[in-house]
Design a protein around this ligand. Structure first.
Ligand code: NAP
Length: 547
């Protein structure tokens, strides 16, 4: 008897993170026979896998939540201003239960391939569990930060101690008590986990190649009056989220209480301020003022000034000048990478037990059975190695699956010269396959849950349209995808995101051999939203529809 489990469906959704969950809810409401396929054993996507100590969202809790259900908004009580991974995972489990999503999610199953058949305009989706799904539509809810990046280090398997990656952290607690720990990488994940691990570890060595610009998170327990007011203000908060560039309304809650510290001002230009004024702002608002000077996004002189301010602040916190120097991000501008926010990151380096190895001076040469060796011959010994080395971002979740469209062309081949997707929603040559927060959409440059909701609604509306109008296949035209890719590229020009000294996962330059290309859309959620609506209003301009 064959182990193959075949099913005919209207839609397959790959992934059950926030995108897959909402997509499932929408398509099911439309009456589709739909299944979400999920590699993990629970919902949550990024918030399921990234359960490392200290993992926390960098968008305020009030704004990092689904807006599609007024009841959900009112019944969920966030306990902190910036929500931690365990609480977010609880929230997403609550959403799954509340909307009875689990019955249409197949957990513990990884999609391995998706093949398009032109004559039937249907997809065949296979999994590592032997499933074969025959489906009309494929929705890739595979996330932007899914596939962990393990750096290519010599003798990587030689190390005999425990090894973890922040992006695939185990559910069981890892006990760092009395252990010597090495952490490679200092993006958002490394910066969040280092201070927490350092609380227990006997010794922590941070191996840092490109120290980051990181700013205080200002997290705090949620104030009951703030939460109560936010619940009343949700309609305005949601409207503002969709009508601004970032998808973050910047909700400040009830009127400021007496004695409360004012948030750093934004939208100011540093070049317009005198040296005394800059100093005064730094003293009044602290480091948090630094990322808000708008001219530093575009102007190198402005950027040089804020970098000096940054170094000054860093040196004021980190007492050891050598450590402060190693933590200084000297060789690339602020706003090249995603800004990081932290809780007591620099303070952790004031502990004697926490040291830093500046890999700009001597790179990692190889791993050994007991630790690692750097290019200057230094050897470091430790018991636990933590990779905080990020992801094959934006495209990794898609290229990890053998997706083949018209003529058997794979998405990997299609994107050999860089990923192009019309509006980040569809790749030419791959009809009836949709990508939520795909390359070319605001996605991770915005409050991603806003962008996810928007995409799910657009795809839902579109599938309804295709069904109502007996349209068998919908495909992005190559000309439209190319024009959109040019526009995405133009939108990034002149910003620090694409400065020649900038290497980031936005550009794909953290992955060997990946084409350097700025992948997310910088034009803003509001403009993007309007563009997508216009496309529909013009009868799906840029898409070929066939009956
Ligand atoms: P990341 O920002 O890509 O950082 C990876 C780090 O690993 C970098 O410091 C990188 O150095 C280093 N690295 C990579 N290969 C290396 C090698 N061979 N040798 C030495 N160092 C190496 O990854 P991440 O920290 O996981 O964050 C990725 C994104 O996830 C964030 O930007 C954010 O969007 C999201 N995230 C968000 C939160 C939050 O909401 N607070 C938390 C975690 C993650 P180089 O820069 O030199 O390559």
């Amino acid at each position: 008897m064959s182990d193959v489990k075949s099913k005919t469906l209207d839609a397959v959704i790959v992934g059950s993170g926030m995108a897959g969950m909402y997509m499932l809810h929408r398509l099911r409401k439309q009456g589709l026979n739909v299944l979400a396929v999920e590699a993990g054993t629970g919902v949550g996507g990024a918030w399921y896998w990234n359960r490392y100590p200290g993992c926390r969202c960098d968008v305020p809790s009030i704004e990092y939540s689904f807006s599609f259900s007024k009841e959900l908004e009112q019944e969920w009580d966030w306990t902190e201003a910036m929500v931690s991974q365990p609480e977010l995972e609880r929230y997403l489990n609550h959403v799954a239960d509340r909307f009875d999503l689990r019955k249409d999610i197949q957990f513990g199953t990884r999609v391995t391939s998706a093949n398009y058949d032109e004559s039937s305009a249907r997809w065949t989706v296979t999994t590592d569990q032997g499933d074969v799904f025959d489906t009309n539509y494929c929705v890739m809810a595979t996330g932007c930060l899914t596939i962990p990046n393990y750096p290519d280090i010599n003798n990587a398997d030689a190390f005999q101690g425990e090894v973890y990656h922040t992006a695939t952290w185990p559910k069981e607690e890892v006990d760092f008590t009395g252990k010597r720990v090495a952490v490679i990488g200092c993006g958002s994940s490394g910066v969040q986990t280092i201070p927490i691990i350092a609380e227990k570890a006997e010794q922590l060595i941070a191996f840092q190649r490109s120290p980051v610009y990181t700013f205080p998170a200002r997290n705090a327990p949620m104030k009951p009056e703030f939460l109560a007011q936010a619940k009343k203000d949700y309609p305005e908060i949601r409207a503002k989220q969709r009508n601004c560039a970032s998808g973050i309304a910047g909700y400040t809650g009830p009127a400021k209480a007496e004695g409360e510290v004012e948030k750093p001002k934004s939208s100011r230009k540093i070049l317009g301020l005198t040296a005394e004024q800059r100093q005064a702002e730094l003293e009044e608002f602290g480091m948090g003022a630094i990322p808000n000077y708008v001219d530093a996004f575009f102007n190198e002189d402005a950027n040089a000034i804020v970098r000096d301010m940054f170094d000054q602040s860093l040196k004021a916190i980190v007492k050891d000048p050598q450590k402060a120097d190693a933590l200084s991000p000297k060789d690339y501008p602020l706003h090249c990478k995603r800004p990081v926010i932290d809780t007591n990151y620099y303070e952790a380096f004031n502990k004697d037990s926490v040291s830093i190895v500046d890999l700009r001076e001597s790179a990692i040469e190889e791993l050994t059975a007991t630790g690692l060796r750097t290019s200057d011959g230094s050897e470091y010994e430790f018991d636990i190695l933590v990779y905080a080395t990020g992801f094959d971002a934006m495209t990794g979740g898609l290229t990890a699956i053998d997706i083949r469209g018209i003529g058997g062309e794979s998405i990997k081949e299609k994107w050999a010269d860089g990923p192009t997707a019309y509006l980040g929603l569809q790749v030419s040559g791959f009809p009836n396959l949709f990508t939520i927060t795909g390359p070319g959409s605001p996605s991770i440059l915005s409050n991603v849950i806003v962008s996810i909701e928007y995409h799910c609604e657009w795809i839902d509306q579109t599938i309804q349209y295709l069904r109502d109008n007996d349209i068998k296949a919908m495909e992005a035209k190559q000309s439209a995808a190319d024009a959109w890719a040019d526009h995405v590229n133009e939108a990034a020009q002149g910003t620090m995101y694409v400065a020649p000294t900038c290497n980031s996962w936005y550009l794909g330059s953290n992955i060997d051999g990946k084409k350097r290309m700025f992948m997310p859309y910088l034009g803003g959620v509001d403009k993007y939203d309007q563009k997508c609506k216009d496309v529909i209003a013009k009868g799906y301009e840029g898409f070929a529809l066939s009956r």
